[in-house]
Design a binder for this molecule. Structure first.
Ligand SMILES: [Cu+2]
Length: 257
């Protein structure tokens, strides 16, 4: 589903000609515009703006919606050697071509007029676009670059450390109940996500967690957990087979006491 959505996004971006700038242009901007620990993404009707350069350090991304409609911000990293120009050219040939060029890289959830959303992330270096899929054709796509971090930024506090890899989820077997902040790192070569399923309910209740994000990145996500038996799974489709990663063994059970 995420795939279909992003295809719509990026395909939609095809129509927006003047909004996605080359990240290299941004790299020449005033260093003062380079992020410290907070990066603000501002959406308005017909635009999505953020600093052209972000450091690969723990960063609080804040989406501020100045528009009259609800907006979201999704990140996608351009794969090695791919330019925004290449991406635009591929849009004419369809979703498969687009998905060979990008890796999903996290999101800030949709928020209404005047609203804001926050997500703590450390993005891997590379060239990215930020986009609202629904309004990509109306100019709501913007390129930015993630440059090497300075590693002098404090990490957000976390309660649980989770390591995602191809195709495994490494995390504690037992957790306390209540509100927990998960620090989730992607050490694999593909994008991964994490969804928590509480067992004993039919269908098992899903707790949406970290949305798909790219290798080398870290996401801090909050979960409110009731006692019970859970399975953590990744449904992201495998690059080779198209099967959800869960079908390739990317799932693990844990208990909340
Ligand atoms: Cu996965």
């Amino acid at each position: 589903m995420a795939i279909t959505l992003l295809a719509a996004v990026v395909l939609g971006a095809c129509g927006g000609t003047d909004t996605a700038q080359q990240p290299s242009e941004g790299a020449q901007k005033d260093p003062a515009e380079t992020s410290a620990a907070t990066v603000t993404i501002t959406t308005d009707d017909g635009s999505i703006e953020m600093p052209a350069t972000v450091r690969s350090d723990p960063t609080t991304f804040v989406l501020e919606n100045d528009g009259t409609r609800a907006y979201e911000a999704k990140f996608a990293r351009l794969n090695e050697g791919v330019s925004v120009k290449d991406l635009k050219a591929s849009l004419r040939t369809g979703p498969d071509a687009v998905f060979s060029l990008i890796t999903l890289a996290g999101e800030l959830r949709r928020t209404g007029p005047g609203g804001n959303e926050t997500q703590n992330m450390q993005l891997a270096t590379g060239n990215y676009v930020v986009v609202d899929p629904k309004y990509a054709t109306q100019g709501m796509v913007h390129a930015f670059e993630v440059v090497a971090g300075t590693h002098d930024t404090d990490e957000p506090p976390s309660d649980v450390e989770v390591t995602l890899d191809d195709m495994s989820i490494d995390m504690p077997a037992t957790l306390p109940s209540g509100l927990l902040t998960f620090k989730i790192g992607n050490h694999g070569t593909q994008a991964h996500e994490i969804v928590l399923l509480r067992e004993g309910e039919k269908p098992a209740r899903e707790t949406p967690g970290a949305t798909p994000f790219n290798p080398g990145s870290i996401v801090w996500s909050d979960f409110e957990l009731e006692p019970g038996r859970y399975t953590a799974v990744c449904y992201f489709p495998d690059a080779q087979t198209g099967k959800p990663h869960a079908a390739l063994g990317m799932k693990t059970k844990f208990i909340v006491e």
